[in-house]
Design a protein around this ligand. Structure first.
Ligand code: PEP
Ligand code: MG
Length: 578
């Protein structure tokens, strides 16, 4: 039997299944008398304290086994248990509604989870798993039940679970757990992130794998394709053993490139950096050999909450990412890109006919300078902790760029007058994601330090094809000649003005696009962490003297299909690394 899910951590694993049954705590609501309420709040508080102490121990274990960065997941859990909004809401419920701690915790948790899960953003939706993990720990303490530990496992098995919480995952012993498969989860759930960093092949989001497998069944996990085989025949097992050998050899080769330069065979150096949504992602970026951060999507910090993040909170987040890298490595922080498909519940904006063409990103920030200035202050203050650069999203004209810089100057003056330190030479750049900006790139280039091409949006605006509408996806094509010509124009305009040009749209990590972009002279490639090592391996096998004429030739071609075919035939290494 074969089951399809989401490929969460690549590689192949096989072995007997081990089902991790969840010992669910059955919560019963009880009414308290007013004089019992005080003791109940105390009982709740003491279990929260106990859970925090346990998490400190797990955090230390994780630090020893996995390193500082993974341990930070548990700092996040500890923060949840110290969060006055969450814990305070439970206390209030006990006190105001005269109910037992278990029921109050369950109700408050369900509310929080519902809010997170209703968000459009996948990353925020998956944070619900963290709250579930933390609340389950406290519920078990309240009920006096010991949770089943994965340490019980004595031989290499394939773990099958409804969901693996981050604390389950951190306690996994790599020698005993060959791989895992879960009913729920997505690529950015914490357990998937950790599986990738522990290099445990994993498939998540299988919907009902728990119901299909018994402990002892022979299971194959194909974490590269997102497939699970239950009791497969011998031929299938043999073919997976072969794939496993092949994969291990390839990974070992790629890992050797972790600290290598991103340089072509004929010595042309570029920068390979990563896109992140929060400080935790920067950990994965470093592990995969990122030379810095090319796009920090700060809007995630604003989502999944009821009010704007304070200047202090933003400063801490930006500073923590800056400090993860050495002083030379760039950390490009993009100012708030909210609006379009990304809404903030506490920013009550009227519904628009065309949100992607509406009040979003820099347009909103220039209108709401109160919001914009808080963020600029936080970024400027963080700028002394590393090689921080600021980048504006969605600039469409010179006037907008100048206005944004004017606000930035006002904030700098304010910090200066208060003697608050910041890097006066911080580079300021802009994204090129609107065709109008690409067309006047020569004018814009004179007034910025760099460009970063946002192809995710640039393609949709150039082709008038919504990036989320699968019916027009045949038009949403990075290799479309019009898109490639615009990209080339932008890179040449930057270079003519003596500025550098990067790309942080998904296209930058596309192996077929890399030879073309290198040939056009792109200086910086920013991509998701797992694309970095294959991209670096490809670059090592290309030479500038070959890709330059390749790009020139491609710019004369007439269709995306022709371009893809030509590049893939000219560069056999692409197929080998895919
Ligand atoms: C882009 O548009 O290419 C980009 C990187 O920004 P986002 O995907 O956040 O819109
Ligand atoms: Mg964009």
């Amino acid at each position: 039997m074969e089951w399809k899910g989401i490929a969460a951590a690549s590689g192949y694993a096989m072995g007997p299944a081990f089902l991790l049954e969840e010992e669910k705590v059955a919560v019963q609501k009880q009414t308290l008398s007013p004089d019992q309420v005080g003791a109940e709040v105390e009982r709740f508080d003491s279990k929260v304290t106990q859970a925090i102490q346990e998490l400190e121990v797990i955090k230390e274990k994780a630090r020893k086994k996995l390193g500082d960065e993974e341990a930070e997941i548990f700092s996040a859990h500890i923060l949840v248990l110290n969060d006055p909004e969450y814990i305070g809401a439970v206390r209030e419920k006990i006190t105001n509604e005269y109910i037992n701690a278990e029921a109050a915790l369950q109700e408050v948790t369900d509310n929080f989870i519902a809010i997170f899960e209703s968000m459009d953003n996948e990353y925020m939706r998956e944070r619900a798993a963290d709250i579930r993990d933390v609340s389950s720990r406290v519920l078990h303490r309240l009920a006096g039940i010991e949770e089943k530990s994965l340490d019980d496992v004595s031989e290499p098995v394939v773990m099958i679970a409804h969901d693996l919480t981050p604390s389950d995952t951190a306690q996994l012993n790599r020698d005993k757990v060959a791989g895992f498969a879960t009913n729920i989860g997505g690529r950015t759930s914490h357990s998937a992130i950790m599986a990738r960093s522990m290099e445990i092949p994993a498939v998540v989001g299988l919907k009902n794998i728990v119901e299909q497998v018994k402990t002892g069944d022979y299971v194959v996990v194909d974490g590269s394709q997102g497939v699970v085989h239950v009791n497969p025949d011998e031929v299938t097992v043999a073919s997976y053993k072969e794939k496993q050998r092949h994969f291990a050899a390839r990974q070992a080769e790629l890992n050797k490139l972790k600290d290598a330069h991103s340089v072509t065979a004929d010595g042309h150096r570029v920068e390979l950096v990563s896109n992140i949504g929060n400080p935790l992602d920067a950990v994965g970026a470093k592990k995969n050999g990122a030379e810095g951060i090319g796009l920090y999507r700060t809007e995630f910090l604003y989502m999944g909450r009821n009010e704007f993040p304070s200047e202090e909170e933003q400063f801490e987040a930006y500073k923590s990412v800056a400090e993860m890298f050495d002083k030379e490595s760039p950390v490009v922080i993009r100012s708030l890109d909210i609006g379009g498909d990304k809404e903030l519940p506490y920013l009550d904006l009227p519904k628009e006919m065309n949100p992607f063409l509406g009040y979003r990103a820099i347009r909103l920030c220039l209108d709401r300078t109160d919001i914009f200035k808080v963020q600029l202050r936080a970024i400027l203050r963080a700028s002394i902790y590393g090689n921080v650069k600021l980048m504006y999203p969605m600039i469409s004209s010179l006037a907008e760029l100048r206005e944004a810089n004017k606000v930035l100057d006002e904030v700098k003056d304010e910090l200066t007058s208060k003697n608050i330190p910041f890097n006066r030479n911080m580079e300021v750049g802009m994204m090129i994601e609107i065709p109008a900006a690409a067309i006047i790139a020569d004018q814009l280039a004179k007034e910025v330090d760099f460009f970063s091409i946002g192809t995710n949006d640039l393609i949709q605006y150039t082709m008038a094809a919504d990036r989320m509408n699968e019916r027009v996806s045949y038009l949403y094509q990075p290799f479309n000649p019009a898109v490639l010509r615009l990209i080339n124009m932008v890179i040449q305009a930057a270079h003519k003005a003596g500025k550098w040009a990067g790309m942080c749209g998904e296209m930058a990590g596309n192996l077929t696009a890399i030879p073309i972009l290198l040939g056009m002279g792109l200086d910086e490639f920013s991509m998701s962490a797992s694309s970095i090592l294959p991209a670096r391996a490809l670059m090592h096998r290309l030479s500038q003297s070959e890709v330059k004429p390749l790009a020139e030739r491609v710019l004369q071609m007439e269709s995306a299909e022709e371009i893809v075919r030509y590049v893939e035939e000219s560069v056999p290494a692409i197929a080998e690394l895919m």
